[in-house]
Design a protein around this ligand. Structure first.
Ligand code: FEO
Length: 169
């Protein structure tokens, strides 16, 4: 049976994961308006990944005999006005998520739940990958600057991204 404090922390993170999906859906809209279909595809995959992250925790809480309590999802706000600024926000957001996963692991450690710690290791590794991918894209976008031709080439590249349902845990 999962500790109540850890169950609450998981429920909070489930909310953050679905908020992430919602935020990336809002960013997808930004790129829809620019008609950059490769970026649209990239965010589409991102939305599906975040939903999978949320569902992974949702299933885990149940598996551990806990109760899932879903909270309200905040309204997402896209702060950036340019692709670079949008990806800066993505990177900040992923860094925030990493800090939340670390905090969740702190709670698992506090209640000595080694099984949960082992489960959460997958999320920690995923965050390293996410930050690295987004950081790389941001660097490319900064290099591209005002070069519209290069932006369209990157857009074409991003259209090849596909969603592979993750095997979590
Ligand atoms: Fe589920 Fe992008 O963190």
């Amino acid at each position: 049976m999962i500790d109540k404090k850890l169950e609450n922390a998981f429920n909070d993170q489930i909310n953050k994961e679905f908020y992430s999906a919602y935020l990336y859906l809002a960013m997808k809209t930004y790129f829809e308006e620019l008609n950059l279909k490769g970026f649209v595809n990239w965010f589409d995959v991102q939305v599906q990944e975040e939903q999978a992250h949320g569902m992974g925790m949702y299933d885990y809480v149940h598996e551990r005999g806990g109760v899932v309590e879903l909270g309200a999802i905040d309204k997402p706000v896209v702060e950036g006005k340019t692709p670079v600024e949008v990806f800066e926000q993505v990177l900040h957001h992923e860094e925030f998520v990493t800090s939340r996963i670390n905090a969740l692991m702190d709670v698992a450690e506090e209640v000595k739940d080694r099984a949960a710690l082992s489960f959460l290791n997958w999320y920690l590794k995923e965050q390293v990958e996410e930050e690295s991918n987004v950081g790389g894209l941001l660097q490319t976008l900064k290099l591209i600057g005002d070069d519209k031709k290069a932006l369209l080439i990157l857009d074409k590249d991003l259209s090849t991204r596909v969603f592979n349902p993750p095997v979590i845990g």
